[in-house]
Design a protein around this ligand. Structure first.
Ligand code: ATP
Ligand code: MG
Length: 398
């Protein structure tokens, strides 16, 4: 009975699915004609004749006399997400053409004269992959939760908070998949805090954005002994890299499919690209200390964030390095910022500092300390509500 239901559902879906667009950028007339005949005969595809279309699902490109510049174009097309899948063809099939072509991101290379079966098979694979991801969009109704961490000022403990939140969440449930993403361009410190050597940062991942999937992400991210997967920020900007607009948001959104929790060290700076990330976040932790300049920043940041349409209830102000005898009490602070302090984390300089200097988390450094207990309590409150686990390759690495 059940199987029947599933089958009829999926049939229903495939008949409703929109066909994928194909564009041919082929100079040789015979090659263009035979490819266009083949594509027209394929179910699930249509030939996009409009050369000004914003994006196409499949582009078949003929490599001509200037392969170098053509490979450059190819990389750009894929990076900018203008083309989803790229197939190449060329009269020559020599390694000096083939290798850079595949490296640039081409999925298949068609020999000339064109072989119909070879082409049809390559297109079938594209269709299958597209339909599978359609299906998973439908079935993955639950996805990982993003916790954004933002500092009201430099040096207030934002990275400490992000690192210890992520690892404390993981400690709550070893079976959960937890990611920690460092957004501090050039000044990212997450790997340092965790004594990790990471080879890939998110700029590197951006270059391969068109093939972003769980297998690729999994191999690209470094794994900390706590179990947390870490994605560092680039430590130098490569001039030639142009990440697609909204890339970080797209990346986080994709990561939600593979991870249960994603903690983002957003650093201090916010610009409009963060609005979307905050909107998708389960909570935004605004890390502050109870000093007047910092609290004034908290108020300004709250206003900027809510002005983008993000609900105020998502923002939780964290009073870090809290001391009971401090000049400004949490209730006075609440008056200044117009909302309650969500949580206080005790001031414990020696533990916080030796954790950083040893590349350890605070609980690993001193599991019984007041700060450790604060993080544990917070993590427990977040992991309580069991969520359905997203599937995928990551499951095998639990
Ligand atoms: N609960 C705490 N008690 C005492 N010191 C703390 C606590 N949390 C963090 N610190 C200390 O605050 C300092 C700054 O921490 P951290 O680097 O995490 O801040 P940040 O806001 O990320 O800084 P930056 O703006 O440079 O990125 C560190 O020396 C850290 O040990
Ligand atoms: Mg920091």
């Amino acid at each position: 009975m059940n199987a029947k239901v599933v089958i009829s559902k999926s049939l229903n879906k495939s008949t409703k699915a929109t066909p994928l667009s194909v564009q041919l950028a082929i100079k040789t007339a015979e090659v263009r004609d035979s490819l266009s005949r083949i594509v027209k005969g394929l179910d699930g595809f249509f030939l996009q004749e409009d050369k000004n279309a914003d994006r196409v699902d499949v582009l078949v490109l003929e490599i001509g006399n200037a392969p170098e510049s053509e490979f450059q174009t190819i990389s750009t097309l894929l990076q900018e997400n203008v083309v989803e899948t790229l197939f190449l063809t060329s009269a020559k099939m020599t390694p000096d053409i083939l290798l850079p072509a595949l490296r640039a991101g081409a999925k298949e290379f068609f020999q000339q004269p064109i072989n119909k079966d070879e082409v049809a098979e390559a297109f079938q694979k594209v269709l299958l992959k597209a339909r599978q991801s359609d299906q998973s969009d439908v079935t993955t109704t639950r996805s990982g939760k993003i916790f954004s961490v933002l500092g009201a000022k430099g040096g207030v403990g934002t990275t400490t908070f992000a690192v210890n939140l992520a690892t404390s969440i993981q400690a709550q449930d070893k079976d959960k998949l937890v990611a920690l993403v460092d957004m501090n361009i050039l000044l990212g410190e997450v790997p340092l805090f965790l004594d990790l050597e990471a080879e890939t940062d998110w700029e590197e991942i951006g270059k391969n954005f068109s093939r972003l999937d769980e297998a690729y992400l999994q191999s690209a991210m470094a794994r900390h002994s706590s179990g947390v997967y870490v994605l560092p920020a680039p430590s130098k900007l490569e001039k030639e890299t142009h990440l697609p607009a909204g890339f970080l948001f797209q990346l986080l959104r994709s990561m939600r499919r593979f991870f249960d929790y994603i903690v983002v060290d957003s650093g201090m700076i916010i610009d409009e690209s963060y609005a979307k990330i905050f909107a998708e976040s389960e909570a935004i932790y605004l890390v502050s200390i109870l000093s007047l300049p910092c609290l004034i920043n908290v108020r300004k940041l709250q206003e900027s964030i809510t002005a983008t349409g993000v609900g105020k209830e998502k923002i939780r102000v964290i009073a870090n390095r809290f001391e009971k005898r401090a000049q400004i009490s949490p209730s006075e602070a609440a008056k200044i910022i117009g909302t309650d302090i969500g949580m206080t984390i005790p001031n414990n300089y020696s533990v916080a500092m030796s954790a950083i200097n040893n590349g350890k988390t605070i609980p690993d450094m001193s599991g019984n300390s007041d700060v450790s207990r604060a993080y544990k309590k917070l993590a427990a409150s977040l992991v309580d509500r069991a969520i359905e686990r997203p599937g995928g390759v990551f499951r095998w690495f639990r």
